[in-house]
Design a protein around this ligand. Structure first.
Ligand code: GZL
Length: 322
């Protein structure tokens, strides 16, 4: 028998015997099963984030078990426990608030299911309870908002009275955006935060709280700092209903840079929005694949983001992806 034929035969036999040894399923890779607990559907940002996660899971061939917690921590804890019971390969979630996660994350660890944090982080003593946190630097987002205001009011004497619409109480973005903004403005005593209250990241609550601010402070308000565009857009409605001009009588500083913010800036009703990208899906799926493959993943991955003033909104808007 010719040498080449013999070699091919040996190779074929080897493969055949291997096929006999290995169960058939090992050849058809089983899809990774990812359990994802989403905060809710409270804002344009959240909707875009959900779309990014779902589309990226599909593109990556990952079997996504998706749960919407309607902004309730107990629903997220229930969802994570359900993922553990289903023995998913990886769990990912955006924690609605920073605290109260130790127990359920210990249950996931005991079940040997890795957990990835996305968008928001948690306050835990033992950071081995999660493998990686992918999301924005919210403190820096607050600093960007503060720096923009300092620049805009440079050389202006007299007090600058600020009202602040905070995000969800206890959430990382609300805590850190406040922290970063105050870190910058505290350098100049002309800046005074005269009212600060949560609008829970929604348009409706943002409008309601801004109405209360206007009743209490009236024309005394110079600046609104909103922790997200949805609350800012609700506040703009309240400002107009009070007979004032948003972005002129009251300077409007916001965060997220969603489509609604660009539309408001193009209409001359919002001064600036600090970008906070919801398009975390592709990076999240890569982390999930790497974790499943046993590859090392960075503990912290920070998304890169910009700031968009009204002056450039019209030219930037066509390029926006969310
Ligand atoms: C930020 C995200 C925040 C957005 C809000 O990463 O958690 O939650 O800024 C959203 O619009 O509701």
């Amino acid at each position: 028998m010719k040498r080449i034929q013999r070699r091919t035969l040996v190779a074929t036999l080897a493969t055949a015997s291997l096929a006999v040894l290995l169960p058939a399923t090992s050849f058809a890779q089983k899809p990774i099963v990812l359990g994802f607990s989403q905060v809710g559907a409270e804002s344009e940002w959240r909707t875009a984030n959900t779309e990014s996660v779902k589309a990226s899971a599909k593109d990556a061939g990952i079997d996504l078990k998706f749960s919407d917690a309607q902004q309730k921590q107990e629903n997220q804890i229930k969802a994570i426990r359900s993922f553990i019971a289903q023995k998913v390969d990886v769990i990912a979630f955006s924690p609605v608030v920073e605290s109260g996660w130790e127990m359920v994350l210990r249950e996931a660890k005991a079940a040997k299911i890795p957990v990835v944090l996305t968008d928001r982080s948690v306050n835990v003593k033992d950071d081995s309870l999660y493998v990686s946190f992918l999301g924005s630097d919210f403190v820096e987002e607050g600093r960007k908002a503060g720096r923009w205001l300092v620049e805009k009011t440079k050389g202006q004497s007299g007090t600058v009275n600020i009202v602040e619409l905070q995000g969800t109480v206890g959430s990382a973005p609300a805590i850190d955006r406040k922290k970063g903004f105050e870190e910058i403005i505290k350098a100049d005593p002309k800046f005074k935060i005269v009212r600060s209250q949560t609008g829970d990241f929604t348009r409706a609550k943002g409008k309601e709280v801004m109405e209360a601010f206007l009743k209490a402070e009236g024309k005394n308000i110079n600046v609104l700092y909103a922790h997200n565009d949805d609350m800012a857009i609700g506040a703009i409605q309240a400002i107009e209903e009070a007979g004032l001009k948003p972005a002129k009588d009251i300077t409007i500083i916001s965060v997220d840079a969603v489509k609604g913010a660009f539309e408001a800036m193009i209409a001359g009703k919002m001064n600036v929005s600090v970008e906070c990208s919801p398009l975390l899906g592709p990076q999240l799926m890569q982390i999930v694949k790497d974790v499943k493959a046993g590859k090392p993943v960075p503990k912290r991955i920070v998304t890169q983001e910009g700031i968009f003033p009204m002056e450039t909104a019209a030219q930037e808007f066509p390029k926006r992806k969310y």
